[in-house]
Ligand binder design. Structure first.
Ligand code: ARG
Length: 503
């Protein structure tokens, strides 16, 4: 009873408070007709619709606010705006950040993009102080800054996912170092390897994806803020101060370049495309391995789907979607390359089209990587089926030729001799090790009883102990190498996070 009375009492108060907040938001929406001074007419509604980017660039609100905080602090430090205004700006921006995070802010298309929305919100809160924030700055260097910071952040997130994937691969590989499977070329059984060796091949690729993205992160770590619209500024700004405050190595050296270039985004999308290509090849193999034709693995029920009509079906949709979504990420790269290809320096509005492809690629990769890793982590490996497949297809034929070669026959002759043996097996449906010593000797007198040892698949694999080979001594070295890499990267990431916390 008492509760419902309280609700009845509080509801109108809440409504009034909420309305007041709403009007505040609306007021700020109208207050930022930036170019109002020059124009005699309202913008056409469809033009607003075309022009706006707030529907997608609101994702950059954190970067935008961080950038503005650093800019305002620098303006005050350099005596360009009063210190008390900078303090009001900082307070206002922190409040806006909190309000956005609490879902209390409704951005408006009226204010076009995240930069103008935040500025409008700030001006509504702080009046003249807020109006001073954009001194010595343009949206051109502002957006260049926000986007660089966003890409830098996402590189770190995606590298985190890649490291997790590598850990999963190491865990699985440790268990299957002795699991002999056929290695393929042309999707034809070729030579014996282990399942561990196969998994570690992907781990190496993912390590390179990590370092490739890190390289991109190093190259992009120059600050465009202070480039202005294109030609710098007449105010005595300190670009080193803002660069340092925002975690950049240096300010970008050329103001035109600062606002014009999007090569870091293209490099990032290239890195993501290559990463997805790796993931897609892996997906293709998972799909093959789950098929009844291979049956090397079984996916966990949580990572497979059924058919609406065929009750027996268990489909590898996760892997298929990852393979399919690779096309989107390639498309994102192509979109941005095409957007940029004909643009004269410096900023052109075409460049607003840089964000959606990058956001789409980030969303795709950050969804695919953890799901794929979890699918690999939970799959059931069926080493008996791998071993059975390895038994057919003459994958020890090279070893048979090597046996003769080690007994003195030139390799090319040994190759021909074994070719004849394979042909003779073909008709009878035999394997090389099923041929009798007499049948072997008929092709070369160099064959002795020890040939059967040499043809044993486990031995064939164990003897491939050359650096990088599938012998257990080598796969354990490879696994250790990847584990060390992952640990080193985790440590670097931890150190970096601690450093940032200190600042
Ligand atoms: N929303 C714009 C973008 O994403 C911001 C820069 C606008 N600059 C301009 N001169 N209209 O590119």
């Amino acid at each position: 009873m008492r509760v419902s009375r309280a609700i009845r009492f509080l509801t109108p108060i809440w409504h009034i408070w909420h309305l007041r907040k709403k009007t505040e938001l609306e007021r700020c929406a109208n207050s930022l007709k930036l170019w109002g001074g020059r124009f005699g007419k309202e913008t056409d509604e469809l033009v607003n619709e075309l022009n706006q980017s707030i529907s997608f660039d609101q994702r950059l609100y954190q970067e935008d606010i961080q950038g503005s905080l650093a800019h305002a602090a620098m303006l005050a430090e350099c005596g360009i705006i009063p210190k008390k205004d900078a303090a009001a700006i900082a307070k206002g921006l922190h409040e806006i950040l909190e309000a956005v995070e609490d879902g209390e802010v409704e951005f408006t298309a009226e204010n076009e993009d995240i930069h103008m929305n935040v500025e409008a919100l700030l001006t509504a809160r702080t009046g003249d102080a807020g109006k001073r924030l954009h001194t010595a700055r343009s949206r051109n260097d502002q957006v260049a800054l926000d986007f660089r910071m966003y890409v830098r952040k996402e590189i770190s997130v995606i590298c985190g996912h890649l490291l997790e994937m590598e850990s999963v691969l190491c865990r699985q590989a440790r268990k299957y170092q002795n699991a002999v499977m056929p290695g393929y070329t042309h999707l034809q059984r070729a030579q014996p390897i282990s399942f561990a060796q196969h998994l570690m091949a992907y781990a190496q690729m993912f390590s390179r994806d990590v370092t490739r993205l890190e390289d991109c992160g190093k190259r992009l770590n120059e600050c465009p803020l202070g480039s202005g619209a294109l030609a710098g500024t007449t105010y005595p700004i300190d670009r080193w101060q803002t660069a340092k405050a925002l975690g950049f190595e240096v300010p970008m050296s050329n103001s035109l370049d600062g606002v014009s270039d999007r090569d870091y985004a293209l490099e990032f999308l290239s890195g993501l495309s290559i990463l997805m290509m790796h993931l897609s090849r892996f997906a293709e193999e998972v799909i093959l391995w789950c098929s009844w034709e291979f049956k090397f693995i079984d996916l966990d029920d949580a990572y497979a789907t059924g058919s609406s009509i065929m009750p027996q079906k268990k489909n590898p949709d996760v892997a298929e979607l990852v393979r399919g979504k690779t096309g989107r990420v390639y498309g994102d790269l192509m979109s941005l390359l095409t957007v940029m290809k004909g643009l004269p320096l410096a900023y052109n509005k075409d460049m607003q089209e840089d964000k959606e492809p990058v956001f789409d690629a980030v969303d795709t990769v950050t969804l695919c990587l953890p799901v794929f890793a979890a699918m690999l982590d939970t799959m059931t490996v069926l080493p008996e089926n791998m071993r059975r497949a390895a038994g057919r297809g003459f994958i020890n034929a090279t070893d048979c030729a090597d046996y003769l070669t080690k007994k003195g026959m030139p390799f090319r002759d040994a190759y021909t001799a074994v070719g004849k043996l394979v042909a003779s097996c073909g008709a009878a449906g035999k394997t090389l090790e099923e041929l009798s010593l007499e049948e072997l000797k008929a092709v070369s007198p160099l064959f002795e009883a020890d040939v059967y040892e040499a043809l044993n698949l486990e031995n064939c694999m164990a003897l491939r102990s050359s650096y990088g080979g599938p012998a257990v001594s080598e796969t354990s070295r490879q696994i250790q190498e990847i584990e060390d890499f992952v640990n080193m990267k985790h440590k670097e990431r931890g150190d970096k996070a601690a450093e940032q916390e200190d600042e």
